[in-house]
Design a protein. Structure first.
Lengths: 166, 541
């Protein structure tokens, strides 16, 4: 069940990226946690994941990056059918009002985390967003019951007939 | 993984081709074909290289192709036929090859493509052929020109027999149940009923555990065990979170739901798919069990079993707290559609339970929710599309397999050679019980019922079971046993759900699951000996 879903973190400062990945340690047994330092590298990671049939459930994306900025990248991902359902989190201290509005309106932004962040908020956010992804993408919830929101996943099983008597 | 799958698929195909390379004494060619399909299905159902419902559809397809009048084997085999010539009104001339001296019969081509044997007396053998009498047949009748032709071994039936399993009365009954459940979920009826039912149980941990088990069992008797478990987990998880990490009662709470859901399915004919397989197999033999009678037969043993399991869970997983807060909020919906649902739900359940009095079969009653809920648009396209159709297909394939196993003589052939009679009825019950419980721990419960029930039918047809009442007893025992296999996380979807929460370990599940199965078997045995003989005569006559 490992490697069926990935979390992608895009951040150009290595220390910040390390800290974020450390905060997500609890998820590593259940999800593939991938990192990239800019959009170019992120696109490479996405290609590789696509080739191994691994969907990206959640993206944490910084705004100010070398090269293309984070919000523009999220807008692209939102337009791409492969990553349309992917939960998108803007993870930044420097996005201005305009960029944030663009992210909400045109990238279908799901969550905004302001730096410096609270580790508990990151964990809660990842848990909530990945739960929604599993339900919306129609994945079998059982492998994720332990790590994600068990109540919501149980309710989804009852409501949507993911599993049936056999 | 994919290599194992390839091996399994090849093994299945090899089993299917069995009639081409194996000839078994006393089994017709049709029986060989049915055996090939049976073995392929058994391999696919057990090891699941393809989904179990896909195997069921494959079974139906293969039966239509290989065993039906309209299938490729019968359509394209084109066995040689010959028209007998009349010498006078009684004596006919037929070619030597058309007469089988072994059986002293000739074989008449029937309109459905099978050949009917007709005993004849040989008057004279000559160069022109054999003169036989009496041979009174309508004009234009054709005989099989080669009495030893292989096609005589297949007695095809219309393909509607196999396709019809998809709308077998028991399938319609289940469809009615599915629609009721889908509507209940849409209008939160099951949640609200849970809230009402749980209220009287108060806040004491032992009472709450009992309440949870009873509500789960009752809901799973009418809804799918899996959906019930998932819904009840959302009720029980907030309770579990109130308890400190080390409190063993957390395990008890998480365990009681799947156990109660598994055994709750036993209570009604629509509780769980194995019941459908058993009821359909009896119906093929011309016997029916009214809905209410089924409940009367199984409810006592389920209630006693629940009480014992409850007591045991409280012992094994005691609660350190004196009280647990159970908070359930919500209101019954009052929209016109919700009210229509309540009325249809109530009427249907009442008519089902009272079937023995009014005589309308439960499948007919199921048309009420099917037509009523769709006409009132209580369920709409979205709910209809998300019904668990694959469960219906799984059951239909099981019914179809049972039909050809009986009709081709395969079921009889399988049981011949074993001196079943020496076991006695009690021994037979124990054997069926243990086989069904063991299999259902590892396999789908429905598949277990599908593989085991044809043997019981064979024993009945073969005269090993002394009377109809014994057949009913064995059949009920198989149905009950198939629901008792719950020792592992993979045994049933309810177990899988509870286990996936991480609240319980495999060893907890195994301990309680095995205990429940053992006590369940003993109680079923007690029912078979003490209770069922009082009730069954009213339906077996």
């Amino acid at each position: 069940m490992k490697n069926e879903l990935a979390i992608l973190c895009i951040e150009d400062e290595p220390d910040v990226l390390d800290a974020l990945v450390r905060d997500l340690a609890a998820f590593e047994d259940y999800f593939l946690v991938e990192t990239a330092s800019d959009v170019n590298e992120a696109e490479g990671v996405l290609d590789r994941l696509r080739a191994s049939n691994t969907a990206v459930g959640l993206i944490f994306c910084d705004h100010i990056l070398p090269g293309k900025n984070g919000v523009d990248f999220l807008v692209e991902l939102h337009k791409n059918p492969d990553t349309r359902l992917t939960r998108k989190v803007l993870f930044t201290g420097q996005a201005g009002l305009e960029a944030t509005v663009t992210a909400v309106n045109r990238a279908g932004l799901h969550y905004y985390i302001a730096k410096p962040w609270n580790p508990e908020e990151v964990v809660a956010c990842a848990r909530e967003q990945l739960t929604r992804y599993v339900i919306q993408a129609g994945l079998n919830p059982l492998p994720y019951m332990k790590i994600l929101d068990t109540d919501q996943l149980s309710a989804a099983i009852a409501r949507r007939d993911f599993l049936t008597d056999r | 993984m994919s290599r194992i799958r390839c091996i399994l698929l090849v093994a299945g195909l090899a089993a299917l081709s069995l009639p081409l390379w194996l000839s078994l004494d006393g089994l017709s060619l049709g029986g060989h074909i049915a055996l090939g399909i049976f073995l392929m299905a058994a391999i696919f159902w057990m090891a699941e290289p393809i989904p179990i419902y896909a195997t069921s559809l494959l079974v139906i397809t293969l039966q239509v192709l290989l065993l039906s009048s309209q299938g490729i084997v019968v359509t394209f085999s084109d066995p040689p036929t010959v028209a007998p010539e009349a010498v006078d009104s009684e004596v006919w001339v037929i070619p030597e090859s058309a007469y089988s001296s072994a059986t002293e019969q000739v074989y008449l081509l029937e309109s459905n493509g099978s050949f009917r044997g007709l005993s004849v007396e040989v008057v004279e053998r000559g160069n022109a052929g054999v003169l036989v009498r009496p041979f009174t047949i309508p004009p234009d009748t054709e005989l099989l020109a080669d009495a030893g032709h292989w096609r005589r071994g297949i007695e095809p039936v219309s393909y509607t027999v196999f396709l019809g399993t998809l709308s077998n009365p028991i399938i319609i009954l289940f469809l009615g149940g599915f629609l009721l459940a889908a509507a209940a979920v849409r209008y939160e009826l099951e949640r609200n009923l849970t809230r009402i039912f749980l209220k009287p149980f108060g806040n004491a941990p032992s009472n709450i555990l009992l309440g949870m088990m009873l509500v789960t069992a009752v809901l799973s008797a009418f809804m799918s065990n899996t959906a019930t478990t998932a819904m009840m987990m959302t009720v029980v998880l907030p309770l579990i979170r109130q308890l400190p990490d080390g409190d063993r009662f957390r395990i008890g709470l998480a365990l009681c739901i799947p156990v109660a859901a598994n055994i709750g399915g036993i209570i009604t004919p629509i509780g769980t798919p194995p019941n459908a397989i058993v009821i359909a197999a009896l119906a093929e033999q011309g016997y029916s069990i009214p809905f209410g009678i089924w409940m009367l037969l199984t409810t006592p043993l389920v209630l006693v079993l629940m009480a014992i399991v409850w007591f045991t869970l409280m012992r094994l997983f005691p609660c350190k707290q004196a009280q647990v807060e159970l908070e359930l909020s919500g209101n019954f919906q009052r929209s016109p559609k919700a009210i229509a649902l309540y009325l249809i739900f109530g009427t249907t359940v009442i008519l089902w339970v009272t079937e023995a009095w009014h005589g309308l079969s439960s499948s007919l009653v199921a048309l009420l929710p099917i037509a009523g809920l769709t006409a009132c648009q209580v369920v709409e396209k979205q709910e209809i599309r998300s019904l668990p159709w694959e469960v219906l297909w799984l059951v239909a394939g099981g019914i179809a397999l049972g039909i050809s196993m009986r009709d081709t003589g395969l079921a009889m052939w399988l049981i011949s050679g074993v001196p079943w009679g020496a076991l006695g009825v009690l021994g037979l019950l124990i054997v069926f019980c243990l086989v069904a419980v063991t299999f259902s721990n590892f396999l789908s419960n429905t598949v277990t019922a599908t593989l085991v029930i044809p043997l019981a039918i064979g024993l009945s047809v073969g005269g090993v079971l002394p009377d109809t009442q014994t057949l009913f007893t064995v059949a009920l025992m198989i149905a009950v046993s198939c629901s008792l296999g719950m020792a592992l996380p993979i045994s049933t979807p309810p177990n899988a759900i509870a286990y996936s929460t991480g609240l319980l370990r495999t060893v907890d599940l195994a301990k309680v699951g095995i205990f429940t199965a053992v006590v369940g078997i003993l109680l079923a045995m007690a029912s078979a000996l003490l209770l069922w003989p009082l009730i069954l005569p009213s339906i077996t006559g």
